[in-house]
Ligand binder design. Structure first.
Ligand SMILES: Cc1cc2nc3c(=O)[nH]c(=O)nc-3n(C[C@H](O)[C@H](O)[C@H](O)COP(=O)(O)OP(=O)(O)OC[C@H]3O[C@@H](n4cnc5c(N)ncnc54)[C@H](O)[C@@H]3O)c2cc1C
Length: 430
């Protein structure tokens, strides 16, 4: 954890500080430990909430996410609890046609990397349990960042990062990794572009059937003009559901949110879906606008994601719309690649630069792929007239046969292992 410090003056010295105790932050802390990358010191995670908090109930983890979790040594804890899925049934409510997609396609179907939907809190806990006690400092909100030339550095360009928390604590860090989500303070300090609105939002919830839901283990999706709804069981009693829609804003109150889904936005959805929504646990409901960082800015100004030994990971780096369910999976990849880069570099700044160089093309591709996928399949379906026809022609004759398989391939990306001396793509051990 934190190293020496002047506690009386509220000043703490730390080797590596990670801001944000979400998927990216906890995975990065664990990856750094496993790679032995926190030279001589420890890793401190700052989380603004008083406990681990997961918005969004559940998330789908694709093979790339499982390979990263395997490198982190926590995949088995989760694969033993959550069953895998092979199929998604997508029903177009306008035509009545149902298409069945097999997730694995013709890839190697190794059981432990198959797609699974997991409870978000369980994922955070699985990562946090592997960290030494005290690694996560809760109720610690970063409010400002500064730098100063390292005191004993002579002519060296090394800078120490000075972090100010809302409780008055000051932390001096050698390495700063912003894992503070889509509205990242660290990304803003680095000068990355502000996230853009996709013009869409998503409602998500978890419904509980104490006597069992008796649903098939598959992802059901329903498409209708401007809407994509889905539901999938995550255990014998719990069902995760979502509704992606073309509104930007959201009601905060759970009762209003549910009424908006059942009586307005989703009123044309099948009765079985609405029945699931009505049984939602109010504590798990969320409604969020869908934001993304422009892929062009990630490519053109992406080098800004590294400044000395400061960088970003997860949504703080590459927020994306959820249409390929890759935000969390790619945050896990970031953690592994960053830790390996830091462990293998002579100085942290070089490791950070190598990480950003490796990640920004993939990040830009995922953000662009998710955006196009969402627009073609949902956002653009409410466009009328000739343009609407063109969108449908593009979707059926170009997107599904040519673009979709390329996008699906991205979900098989193997970020490699953390064992010192290995590189991207080498096999994992857990
Ligand atoms: C509708 C929807 C569905 C999705 N479905 C999937 C899916 O199925 N699969 C998938 O892989 N991804 C999915 N995602 C994406 C996924 O949720 C995100 O990519 C992932 O949560 C990013 O994790 P993160 O740790 O980078 O950010 P976050 O989860 O946002 O965590 C950031 C953390 O930083 C803390 N923090 C923020 N600011 C500060 C500060 N100043 N000081 C201290 N702490 C701070 C926050 O409290 C939080 O704990 C979905 C997203 C949406 C919106």
């Amino acid at each position: 954890m934190a190293g020496d410090g002047d506690a009386a003056a509220g000043v703490v010295d730390a080797e590596v500080v990670i801001v944000g105790g979400g998927i990216a932050g906890l995975a990065t802390a664990l990856a750094l430990r496993r790679a032995g990358a926190a030279r001589g010191g420890g890793v401190l995670v700052l989380e603004r909430h008083a406990e681990l908090r997961a918005t969004g109930a559940a998330l789908t983890i694709f093979p790339n996410g499982w390979m990263a979790l395997r490198a982190l040594g926590v995949a088995r804890k989760l694969t033993s609890r959550y069953g895998s899925y092979e199929t998604s049934k997508v029903t177009n409510l306008e035509t009545g046609a149902t298409q069945v997609f097999r997730f694995a396609g013709n890839k190697d179907k190794c059981e432990d990397v198959r797609l699974r939907v997991v409870d978000r809190k369980a994922l955070l806990e699985a990562l946090a349990e592997e960290l030494p006690p005290g690694t996560v400092r809760f109720s610690s909100k970063l409010v400002a960042i500064d730098t100063e030339r390292a005191a004993a550095a002579g002519d060296s360009p090394d800078e120490t990062v000075i972090l100010r928390l809302d409780d008055g604590t000051v932390i001096r860090a050698k390495v700063l990794i912003g894992c503070d989500g889509v509205h990242s303070v660290v990304a803003r300090w680095l000068g990355l572009s502000e996230p853009a609105s996709s013009g869409r939002s998503a409602v998500r919830g978890l419904s509980v059937f104490p006597g069992g839901h008796h649903m098939k283990r598959e992802l059901r999706q329903f498409l209708s003009e401007g809407l994509r709804a889905g539901m999938v069981p995550i255990s014998d009693t719990d069902v995760y559901w979502f509704l992606v829609n073309n509104t930007k804003e959201a009601a905060g109150d759970p009762v209003k949110t549910l009424r908006e889904v059942t009586d307005n936005l989703g009123r044309h959805m099948p009765a079985e879906y609405l029945d699931v929504v009505r049984r939602s646990d109010h504590a798990n409901l969320s409604w969020a606008p869908l934001l993304y960082r422009s892929p062009a800015s990630l490519l053109l100004a992406g080098a800004a994601a590294a400044r000395g030994a400061v960088t970003v990971a997860g949504d703080a780096f590459h927020p994306m719309t959820p249409d390929m369910a890759q935000g969390g999976c790619s945050a896990l990849e970031d953690a592994v690649v960053l830790a390996r880069a830091l462990a293998g570099a002579p100085a942290p700044a070089e490791g950070v630069a190598a990480y950003v160089a490796q990640r920004r093309w993939r990040a830009a591709w995922l953000v662009a792929g998710a955006y196009v996928s969402g627009w073609v399949q949902q956002g653009g379906t409410s466009v009328r007239g000739v343009l609407g026809q063109l969108v449908r022609v593009f979707r059926d004759w170009v997107f599904y046969p040519f673009v979709f398989p390329r996008l699906a391939d991205t979900m098989w990306f193997d970020c490699g292992d953390l064992t010192p001396g290995t590189t991207q793509g080498e096999s994992h051990t857990e």
